[in-house]
Design a protein around this ligand. Structure first.
Ligand SMILES: [Zn+2]
Length: 81
């Protein structure tokens, strides 16, 4: 065989972010605003950093750490810290 399969040779970055790509992350609105400065990268409550353009598919599970942190936050967003 002289033909090398390259089907699995996708971007390592894609594979690495695969798990994060399948869950919803909570992101503060202020962080989303920051993303414009940071090059469209946002940091979720859990610390996950990902492109703001990335949108999980409907039915994706919520990030457990994000949910835990989110529920510990005061309602209404509170004051900025
Ligand atoms: Zn998260």
């Amino acid at each position: 065989m002289t033909v090398t399969s390259t089907q699995t040779l996708e971007s390592p970055k894609t594979a690495d972010a695969d798990s994060a790509d399948r869950v919803f992350h909570y992101v503060r609105k202020s962080k989303i605003a920051e993303s414009a400065v940071m090059g469209n990268m946002v940091q979720a409550l859990c610390g996950e950093i990902f492109p703001v353009t990335r949108s999980p598919k409907p039915g994706s599970p919520v990030c457990a750490r994000c949910k835990e942190i989110y529920e510990s936050l005061p309602p209404g967003g509170g004051s900025s810290d």
